[in-house]
Design a protein around this ligand. Structure first.
Ligand code: GLV
Ligand code: GLV
Length: 324
């Protein structure tokens, strides 16, 4: 009997076909496994699961997975998985680092440009039929050249953003759990700030690339927003709860900060209603990694980890397993 794999939602065909060459594969419909209940009901029959980050892989789900050997998340962030509980049950956990770095960094730069130059407001103005000829004072934005970019989380994605921002002539400051090696800092001319408050005070644009943990929940709160200041822009492509969304909505409405671009939200897929109506706020539906190339690479990396574990490869040779 071939081993059984559950892919919780349709993903690119090439990945499903790769898995099918080795295993019996079931593919759920969109949203089928967004509840713990559905996962607990179906998980006992599977040897591996390839979940989306909208699927809660809790300790109860893992306990119910009596045959489960690996959870291979279709994402780099894995805050939807209780990793400690998985390791207690001797279940491997994999994520998809590296393959989405460029896609997310490009998208982040796109958001920064779009908000700085007010692209979406301007498009709406035109579509609303308000464009009545070139205006010397219309839609004045701010250039990136000589602006200061504050990067929170200087991992792979943060560094890829820094590399691109440097090409735009931005000054780069960053905050990270641990300071980078001097050679790495020099690559980006990036200078370290020991706390997020200092970073916010100096940054024209603050962009978030840290994982969601107990320490980073609401890292960007009312105080940080007020330090950012009335001209500054906040960009979040990391995880929604890193920002206190209610405080952000207020800060946009009362002009405490100048603008924001958000690809992630505290209670996805719900967006705080005050954010929907906030000025100079660009909202996208969690698509930073959504390039054709990257979504295929994400799926392949997850599939390879599943094949490796279910076929008894040395786990040390599987690069994307989360270490206990
Ligand atoms: C997307 O949000 C990811 O973590 O891959
Ligand atoms: C982690 O999120 C990274 O930087 O790849």
């Amino acid at each position: 009997m071939p081993k059984k794999v559950l892919v919780t939602e349709p993903i690119v065909d090439s990945v499903i076909n790769k898995l099918k060459a080795h295993f019996s594969v079931d593919v759920g419909q969109r949203g089928d496994y967004n509840s713990e209940e559905a996962l607990i009901r179906d998980i006992p029959q599977y040897h591996a699961i390839l979940p989306m980050l909208s699927n809660p892989i809790t300790s109860e789900v893992l306990k119910a997975g009596e045959r489960l050997q690996i959870v291979a998340n279709h994402a780099v962030g894995y805050n939807n998985i209780d990793v400690d509980a998985a390791h207690k049950e001797n279940i491997y956990v994999a994520n998809t680092p590296d393959v989405l770095t460029d896609s997310c960094a490009e998208f982040t730069i796109g958001l920064i440009l779009a908000v700085s130059r007010r692209l979406f407001e301007a498009q709406r103005y035109l579509l609303d039929g308000k464009f009545d000829g070139w205006e010397p004072l219309g839609f004045l934005g701010k250039e990136l050249q000589r602006s200061t970019l504050g990067i929170v989380g200087m991992g792979r994605i943060g560094q890829a953003v820094a590399q691109r921002a440097k090409a735009f002539g931005m000054d780069i400051i960053y905050h990270n759990r641990s300071r980078l090696a001097p050679e790495t800092e020099n690559t980006f001319d990036a200078s370290y700030r020991a706390d997020i408050e200092r970073l916010a005070e100096e940054a024209d644009i603050l962009t978030l690339h840290c994982p969601l943990t107990d320490e980073t929940k609401h890292l960007v709160d009312k105080e940080v927003l007020s330090l950012l200041g009335e001209k500054a822009i906040l960009v979040n492509t990391s995880r929604g709860p890193v920002v206190d969304e209610k405080a952000l909505a207020e800060a946009l409405h009362d002009g405490t900060i100048g603008g924001a671009a958000l690809d992630v939200f505290e209670e996805e897929p719900n967006v705080h209603p005050r954010l929907l109506a906030a000025p100079n706020c660009l909202l996208t539906p969690h698509i930073a990694s959504a390039s054709q190339e990257t979504r295929e690479a994400i799926g392949m990396l997850a599939a390879e980890a599943i094949i490796g574990i279910l076929e008894g490869q040395d786990p040390n040779k599987i690069p994307n397993l989360i270490q206990p």
